[in-house]
Ligand binder design. Sequence first.
Ligand code: FPP
Length: 237
Amino acid sequence: MALFVRNRRPVVLDGRLRHIAFIMDGNGRWAQKRGLPREQGHKIGAKAFQKIALHCESLGFEAMTVYAFSTENWKRPAREVDAIMDLLEEYIDSSEKEMEGHSVRFCFIGDRSPLRPSLQEKMTRVEEITADGRMTLNIAINYGARAELCRAAEQLRSTDTPITEQAMSEALYTAKSGDPDIIVRTGGDLRISNFLLWQAAYAELYFSKKLWPDFSPEDVDDVIREFYTRKRRYGGL
Ligand code: FPP
């Protein structure tokens, strides 16, 4: 009988891996499997996110980007949308304490104008307070990649800027953190769901069947080990 033991050697980042992104899928199913309301899945999902953000900062990532709420997520029942917004507010409120000993620069990406004013105020405040943080933590809220691309194109058009690849990249929300080296999706689905479409051009993709609340820092270490087995050719040989 073969025995599979997880490789516990600590992972060390080098310059090839600077930016990791997560599609945190599976919160609802995690809760439903336990006979709990979906909101409970988001609550435990938020805790998993906190642990993973601290882990990524400790490992030395330059940037981490997470998909917390898409432009399509408004279609969910108001109760679930409200619960996610409450969790985001609670998370920002506790972030100063949570992030103690870690250096994180918060950056919220997406159209924040339809969000409740109390959340918008907290987002702006935490971005200001953490502006000198080391690892950029992009949290996508009311984010959709197609909308982001339209916004960038409109910005270039209205300023009469020639539309080049570099100008587009600089007009995106992620201008400062650049493109992710790897995008991780939990929850078993094999798609990108309108996340970082431009930035994903050469990203490695990693799909896990684990539901997001079960995803752990050790799973992130497995992602990193897998990344280092991939050969990135960028279209070359
Ligand atoms: C996808 O799972 C997850 C979301 C739409 C919300 C993600 C939100 C959190 C992890 C909590 C708040 C985040 C932060 C940054 C504090 P799903 O509901 O689509 O799951 P399902 O596919 O099983 O239904």
